[in-house]
Design a protein around this ligand. Structure first.
Ligand code: GLY
Length: 388
C-alpha cells in the first residue's frame, strides 16, 4: 500500500459530470484530483448528445425542467470557454429538433406533449406532415405532423469528454487512473478513498460522480448511499457519405409504438440512432433485438437510412434515480458530496452541474437553482414527511 498526495477535492468518476466538477473546482483554487481508470469514458461515450430540454419534457418533471433549461442556456458560453481553453471543437450545433408522429396514436401523444410545453412557457411549433417533410425531405411520406423546437441543440459527447479531460489537465487536476474501491471514513467524515491496487488517496472532500456505479462504492454509509440504478441504452452510429449530405438538417425524433427513437446528425457525417431503455442491471450487451428495433423504428421514420453504412453499435448505462433527477451536493456523511443520478440528461446538465458543484464546494450550500436536487430528499426522514 502506498500513500499519495492529499487533494482538497477528490472526484470519484471521470465521466463528463466528474470532469466538469473537477475542472470548476480547480478553477476555484482547490487542489483537485480525479480517480477513474479511463477518464473521459462512461455513458458519454455512448450518448447521442441531444440537448433536449423541451422535446424530452415529461409530466411530473417540471422541477427538473428548470434545471435543464438553466443548463441549456449556459451551453453557448460553456462550449466557447472550453474551446478557448483547449483549442478543441466540441461539435456543438444549434441545429434544432423536430419531433414527428407516424400514426394517430403518436400524433395524440405529441399533441399532449405540445400542450405541456405550452403550459410550461416553452417555444414549440406544431407542424403539418407536409411542413415536417418540407423541413426534412428524408422523412417518411406517412408522417402525420410534428413539433419544431429550434431551441433543442446537440453536442458531440465524446469531444466534450476529451475537451474536459484537457481542460482539467490545464487547470492542474491530477488524474489517478485506477478504480476506487472503498470510501475511507475517519471519525464519521469522508477522508478519501482506497483504490483497487491498495493506494490510499486522502482528501478534504470527496465528490462521488461515478454515474450508474455511484451506489456501489464500498464504505459509503447507508444513509449517504445514492439510490441510483443502471438503465441500459443501446445506440447505433451510421455514416452519411458526402454524396447524401445533408441527409438530415436537425435532430429527428419520434415515439414509435411507445418506444423513443431519435436520429442525431453531426456535421462530420456521423448519424447517431438511439436509444433503447432497458432495466437489466449491469448488462451492456448489444443485442440483435435492440439493433433490430432501433433500425426498424428509424427506418419507419427515415426510410433512406438503410442505404447508410452501419459503423458502430454500443450499449451504455444511464444513472437512473427514483425521480429521474440528479442528486447534487452534501450528503448525510460529512465531507462526502454527490454529483450523480443525471439519468437521461447528463450531457445537457454538464454546464449547470459544474457551476452548482463549484458553488457548493466553495460555500457549503447548494445555490437556489439546485436546492430541490439535494440528496437529502431521499433520506428516510424526508420520505416519511411526504404526504401519503
Ligand atoms: N436523452 C437520451 C436518452 O437518454 O436516450
Amino acid at each position: 500500500m502506498s500513500r499519495t498526495r492529499t487533494a482538497d477535492v477528490l472526484v470519484v468518476g471521470g465521466g463528463v459530470i466528474g470532469l466538469v466538477t473537477a475542472w470548476r473546482a480547480a478553477q476555484r483554487g482547490f487542489a483537485t484530483a480525479v480517480v477513474d481508470p479511463e477518464p473521459g469514458g462512461g455513458a458519454a461515450r455512448v450518448a447521442a448528445g441531444m440537448l433536449a430540454a423541451v422535446t424530452e419534457l415529461h409530466y411530473g418533471e417540471q422541477t427538473l425542467l428548470g434545471l435543464n433549461l438553466a443548463s441549456a442556456r449556459r451551453y453557448p458560453d460553456f462550449a466557447a470557454e472550453l474551446t478557448e481553453v483547449t483549442g478543441l471543437d466540441l461539435g456543438y450545433r444549434r441545429c434544432g429538433t423536430i419531433a414527428v408522429a407516424l400514426d394517430a396514436d403518436d400524433r395524440a401523444h405529441l399533441r399532449e406533449l405540445h400542450a405541456l410545453q405550452r403550459q410550461s412557457g416553452l417555444e414549440s411549433e406544431w407542424l403539418s406532415g407536409r411542413d415536417c417533410r418540407r423541413l426534412e425531405p428524408m422523412l417518411a411520406p406517412g408522417v402525420r405532423g410534428g413539433l419544431r423546437v429550434d431551441g433543442d441543440h446537440q453536442i458531440d459527447p465524446r469531444r466534450l469528454a476529451r475537451a474536459l479531460v484537457a481542460a482539467c489537465e490545464r487547470a492542474g487536476v491530477v488524474f489517478h487512473r485506477m478504480w476506487a474501491e472503498r470510501l475511507s471514513v475517519v471519525r464519521e467524515r469522508a477522508a478519501g478513498i482506497r483504490a483497487a491496487d491498495g493506494t490510499d488517496l486522502a482528501a478534504g472532500r470527496v465528490v462521488l460522480a461515478a454515474g450508474s456505479l455511484s451506489g456501489r462504492l464500498a464504505g459509503v454509509p447507508d444513509d449517504a448511499l445514492p439510490p441510483v440504478r443502471p438503465v441500459k441504452g443501446q445506440v447505433l452510429r451510421l455514416t452519411v457519405p458526402k454524396r447524401y449530405a445533408p441527409f438530415l438538417n436537425r435532430t429527428v425524433r419520434a415515439v414509435v409504438r411507445g418506444s423513443h427513437v431519435y436520429l442525431v446528425p453531426r456535421e462530420n457525417g456521423e448519424l447517431v440512432v438511439g436509444a433503447t431503455s432497458e432495466e437489466l442491471g449491469w448488462d451492456t450487451t448489444v443485442t440483435a433485438g435492440g439493433v433490430y428495433e432501433l433500425l426498424r423504428d428509424a427506418h419507419e421514420l427515415v426510410p433512406g437510412i438503410t442505404e447508410l453504412p452501419l459503423t458502430e453499435t454500443r450499449a451504455g448505462l444511464r444513472p437512473g434515480s427514483p425521480d429521474n433527477a440528479p442528486l447534487l451536493g452534501p450528503t448525510a456523511c460529512e465531507g462526502l458530496l454527490l454529483a450523480t443520478g443525471h439519468y437521461r440528461n447528463g450531457v445537457l446538465l454538464t454546464p449547470v452541474t459544474g457551476d452548482v458543484m463549484a458553488h457548493v464546494l466553495t460555500t457549503g450550500e447548494l445555490p437556489e437553482e439546485a436546492r430541490d436536487f439535494t440528496p437529502r430528499r431521499f433520506s428516510a426522514a424526508a420520505i416519511e414527511e411526504q404526504p401519503a
